[in-house]
Ligand binder design. Sequence first.
Ligand code: ADP
Ligand code: GLC
Length: 480
Amino acid sequence: MRVAIVSSEAAPFAKSGGLADMVGSLAAALGRRGLDVTLVLPAYRCVLARSDVAATGMAFPVPAAGGIEQVEVLEGVGGEGAAARFVRVDRFFDRDGLYGQGGTDYTDNADRFACFARAALALLARVDPPDVLHGHDWQTGLAVAYLRLQPERYPSLTSTRTLFTVHNVGYQGLFDAGVFPRLQVDSAHYWPNFEFYGNISYLKAGLSLADRLTTVSPSYAEEVKTAEQGCGLDGVFRARAGDLAGIMNGADYRVWDPDADAFIARRYSAAAPEGKHDCKRDLQQRLDLPPVDAPLAGMVARLVDQKGLDVLAGALDALLSRDMQIAVLGTGDRRHEQALTGFAERHSGRLAVRIGFDEELAHVIEAGSDLFLMPSRYEPSGLNQLYSLRYGTIPVVRATGGLRDSVVPCDPATGEGTGFLFGDYASEALVGAVDRALDCYRRPDAWRRLMANAMAQDFSVDRAAAQYAALYAQLVDRTD
Ligand code: ADP
Ligand code: GLC
């Protein structure tokens, strides 16, 4: 089985959030299962700077932005599992950001990701045509669409089937309808496959034209079919319900395992959990929190509305009146960054906030915290709660999407379950769930059992990879 994973992000090459972790670890896990996997990414500036990426000498022209663009192909060297190839168009990708800079999207993202789609297909058509092209999110919607709508341009890909995975319906690749003529697609396809309330949507194109669809958790596959969560695309999901499945993301335990983590103060495991205490002291010291034994709640997130920051803000005063500490790491919308920084000034010694993207500190927070907060408004899958379970850092999450699918409600008296869930999108509900967690924390036997349950969960990416491999096999066997 030959699979091409086409994506705008993949760890370790380019990352802004969970998409990169999921795609990078899935590609490697599929490779370990024996599938022949090629990852195709744009050659961003951060890729060009890597010593493990080299030129191949391959180059070809593709139609782009109404003209012709010359594409060079680079490849990753020394990686295990999956081959990585990068399409290089410096005019579009040799920039500081992936999608924008300073909180503003690049104004030519429509052209950038149309060019990426053309370049990825041209590359795959030339070398190793895949059995399955697996695209991710709006940035690859056009790769799926072009393959379906213009098969004559890619004769070596006529038997390639497409799977399109939606990681977040909140990001739709919406552009002015004036972009459409530059895509060089027959206007008959405008209304059914591209038009979205007067704009065009690359996500809609992928959703409408892929052979099969997945979301990144079973619950989210149901939620996107509702008006509340479908962000206007619920009708498309309902129309394609027969081709839609939810596969829960997995964690890469080679990167996220307290027993093997290079970033943390002392390694620990379910059998030997003592090191977690040293990790907590290390976290407190790094963030200037006093070295007390009060429970410490961590949070690592993109600071955007999706992550429930208004619910958190409304809960912080109440939470910090409890005997607890809170540590937050994130970057994103200015307004959320400023609000959190303001809270930290008022509650210094109890609340520590670090604004920025810091992989090492993310690990240190996972290892050093007792609780992990995810009050998300919606959460297609979520990876941080999976990491938290592995680190014995008890998730306190809103019961939505992948959070609902991965955290089992805990009875504070006995410690049965793996975390604490709340339903209402409201600050009082978050405070209530934290109070239940604190109640359990005060019962050492129950807390120990809870930590052991959490650490025993298996949300490995290998499980997710097995499900994707089964789906690829079904797709290729289909005779229609
Ligand atoms: P999302 O993809 O919606 O951002 P996930 O929970 O799936 O949410 O994944 C988030 C990933 O990004 C995790 O690996 C998390 O540790 C990482 N991350 C998010 N913000 C930061 C940050 N400021 N610094 C370091 N890592 C971060
Ligand atoms: C998106 C979602 C997140 C998911 C990630 C990887 O960014 O917001 O819930 O875990 O994609 O699939």
